[in-house]
Design a binder for this molecule. Sequence first.
Ligand SMILES: Cc1cc2nc3c(=O)[nH]c(=O)nc-3n(C[C@H](O)[C@H](O)[C@H](O)COP(=O)(O)OP(=O)(O)OC[C@H]3O[C@@H](n4cnc5c(N)ncnc54)[C@H](O)[C@@H]3O)c2cc1C
Length: 482
Amino acid sequence: MLISKEKAIADLIELLGAEKVLTDKAALEGGEGFNRSYEKAFGLRTNPLPMAVVEAKCTDDIVKAMKYCNEQLINVIPRTGCSSGEGLLEVRDPRTIILDGAPMDQIIDIDPYNMMATAQCGVPLHVLEDKVREFGLTTGHSPQSQPVAFMGGLVATRSIGQFSTYYGGIEDMLCGLEAVMPDGRVIRIRPVPRRASGPDMRHLFLGSEGGLAYITEVTVKLFPYYPDYMWMGGYIMKDMATGFKAVRDVMAKGYKPSVVRLYDKPDIDYNFGSVELKDEEAFMFFTVEGPEAVARANGDGIHAIAESYGGQYIGTKAVEHWLEHRNDVCKLIGNPLLHQRYREKNIYYATTEISANWSDIAKIYEDVMANVPGKIDNLVMLGGHVSHSYINGTNIYFVYQLKISAPENFYEEHCKIVDAICEEVLKYPTGGAVHHHGMGKQRVHFSPIEHGSSFSLLEDIKKMMDPNSIMNYGVLVPRYEK
Ligand SMILES: Cc1cc2nc3c(=O)[nH]c(=O)nc-3n(C[C@H](O)[C@H](O)[C@H](O)COP(=O)(O)OP(=O)(O)OC[C@H]3O[C@@H](n4cnc5c(N)ncnc54)[C@H](O)[C@@H]3O)c2cc1C
């Protein structure tokens, strides 16, 4: 028989101490980041509250909490920086505790010789970055949420930073980790430079969305930091299709920019306003980092390719503007001004990030721009940009504004456009419905299509790692029964 909420809270207090088990209204209602922020602005809550928020101070606290919840079949949502979207942190089952690793905020080791840093899951990325800069190094990880995301969440979401084309995503940086399994087992993956000893266990935790285990500690690579010189170039392109071709050539010819961006007009007008574009035009820009001679040579090659596609060079001012303002949106998280804006205008802005190879990406962009407006009555704005490129393809961040009809309709109206975009993407053989935010609970129904015949393996992994299905109910595997 399932134990009562009161008994569960009393047991957790006994196990961990009263100061670590929070049940006050503010604690229970807080910390969901942008998830459902629109509803909250109107004092509405359509999903259940958790039973408690448990603040873990060490791995042993996580072990005790996980073991207990596993035995009592209580859902556990791991949490660190609370900056994620996609419903990742949303409570869907009232028998839930939020297991908050934010107090686990110690940098354990910085090893400049072996170019690695080890940090607890609750270390904010910006704190680690500031610390390693003292050694002339950088984590190379710079998601737009850098001011607010923490190390545990960054690994659990398979995050990626704005300078990814040079440094890679978190999967290229993570060397080792410590995690706690639902049954309380502590496992460690040693930070070996490379190994061929069977499947790579790191990948069971990268992108696990809090649905498989609790990540308590991570070891990431460090890179030399070259602040003195950065090559930059901004170009106006005839249209997005031409921009895709130019970016493809830059990547396929082996150049190594750090930032690669291609914006359409609606997106640049809404988000930066730093470049005047005609309707069909696009703004493309690059930065290059590294030793100066290498960066200059890379920059020269990229410039030649941009011009060969008719790119009109507009200098570096708009690039500098982007560099300065690229993370401004983070100031809105938890900011009462955002809620006020929702109440006054009833307009919600969000993004949906997808990916595809070079032959499909331009068609996907065109299809989404052509077909989605017809399906979404309350669409105010739709645009998109490329922000992470690879030798075999790229991503698009679709950005949009919706005029929400009523707060209680918010979630359904938001899901409708997310679905409309993903459906266009998944028509293509190489279309990926989620590039870097995680499927969360909002896009998980696409998981069987996204993974195709390998989806059954994902179900098996979930059953193997979390047999009682206590971890973040609703992520990774849709309708996984308890
Ligand atoms: C303005 C804004 C910009 C963003 N820009 C980017 C971007 O450029 N690139 C990008 O990749 N993402 C971006 N994101 C998304 C988000 O910041 C990332 O997903 C980030 O990795 C989340 O980290 P967090 O510490 O805030 O995790 P949380 O929000 O606390 O949790 C995220 C997920 O990870 C799980 N989790 C958290 N901690 C642990 C743990 N210790 N063990 C196991 N599971 C855990 C949670 O259960 C949840 O499913 C952005 C978000 C916002 C709001």
